[in-house]
Design a protein around this ligand. Structure first.
Ligand code: ADP
Length: 326
């Protein structure tokens, strides 16, 4: 290789190494904002979703989850900002790619007088999937084969949810957006849905973006987590990173919480803690301060009845990162 070729070649290697290749990314948003009158439903949302991952989308009611999902699905438009989907940035080119998106946002939209099969078949035609066998395949996948002739209005809540997912699936989506799909499902259906979504993700190379207020279930399903609070993305973590973060908090139980708080503020500035009750405080993400804290408490004459390291659930982690925020 001559010298100038070598330079080009090595520059290319250096530039591409360590970057997320665009080939790995299915969707990217840049500074998406959605404003309703004077209120921001979304504020400067920039996220990158990688192919074949399952993203758990977590936020309180009113945080902006449905708004973002609707923008990604092309159901509403952002006030500002843009996105790249499957390599396309131009809105009309993105529109062409929407055939590859399956959605269930704010409940399944069913034709109540039509049967399960008719609903799915209609959706197959709407999204333009020429493969006729897809209809029965997705009905089978969601476990509704025995009820395929039943009218949608006669289905239980859980069956309606599963029909909604079958309809989202019938176009062989590369990207599936599911807003609260677990709502109304009984524990058995929840387990079925989880294994179904994992199978779709693995067998069909489908990226899934799913919200749920049942965080313990999302924890079992998702490979990555995106936390939204009051319209802003406050954290994005892989499952492994979340596991590490959730691993520990310190529980302090004693008879003088106001003084304990003073000590925390004085000796550990910027520390993340939450007063739980009159006699307990939880301290997040700083398990190494145990000994030092114990000494300060002793010096202040505080009788400590408990000072232990505990595991955090996803719920507790969520509260720990949103609790103190405005
Ligand atoms: P989530 O899905 O997280 O519960 P939403 O995305 O539905 O939250 O709503 C985010 C914020 O935007 C809320 O404050 C909500 O009231 C507001 N909002 C959503 N849709 C509209 C709308 N069509 N008109 C005005 N405000 C809206």
């Amino acid at each position: 290789m001559n010298n100038s070729l070598k330079i080009v070649f090595y520059t290319y290697i250096i530039k591409t190494k360590g970057m997320i290749g665009m080939d790995d990314v299915i969707l990217e948003t840049r500074n998406l904002t959605k404003k309703y009158k004077n209120q921001y439903a979304l504020n400067d949302v920039s996220i990158t979703l990688k192919k074949n991952h399952i993203y758990g989308f977590i936020g309180e009611n009113g945080a902006g989850k449905s708004t973002l999902m609707k923008i990604l699905a092309g159901l509403i438009f952002p006030t500002s900002g843009d996105m790249t989907f499957m390599g396309e940035t131009d809105p009309s080119a993105i529109e062409q790619k929407r055939k590859s998106v399956g959605t269930m946002i704010e409940g399944p939209y069913l034709y109540p007088g039509y049967s399960v099969r008719q609903n799915v078949e209609l959706q197959r035609l709407l999204v333009g999937n020429p493969d006729e066998s897809a209809t029965d395949r997705v009905i089978e996948l969601v476990g509704l084969s025995d009820s395929s002739k039943k009218k949608a209005r006669k289905l239980s809540m859980g069956m309606k949810q599963r029909l909604g997912i079958a309809m989202a699936m019938v176009g062989n989506p590369r990207f599936l957006i599911l807003d609260e799909p677990i709502n109304g499902l009984d524990p058995k259906n929840i387990v079925t849905l989880r294994s179904m979504l994992k199978k779709i993700n693995q067998d069909s190379d489908c990226t899934i973006f799913v919200s749920s207020h049942i965080l313990s279930e999302l924890y079992l399903l998702a490979t990555d987590f995106i936390f939204i609070h009051k319209g802003s993305i406050i954290e994005t973590l892989t499952h492994e990173q979340l596991e590490n973060k959730c691993s520990q908090y310190i529980l302090v139980r004693n008879n003088n919480i106001p003084e304990t708080v003073t000590i925390l503020e004085k000796y550990f500035p910027g520390i993340n803690y939450k007063v739980e009750t009159d006699d307990t405080v939880k301290i997040y993400g700083r398990s190494k301060i145990m000994t030092e804290l114990s000494e300060h408490l002793m010096q202040a004459g505080i009788t400590v009845s408990e000072l232990t390291e505990k595991e955090m659930s996803l719920e507790e982690y969520f509260i720990s990162i949103t609790g103190g925020r405005e």
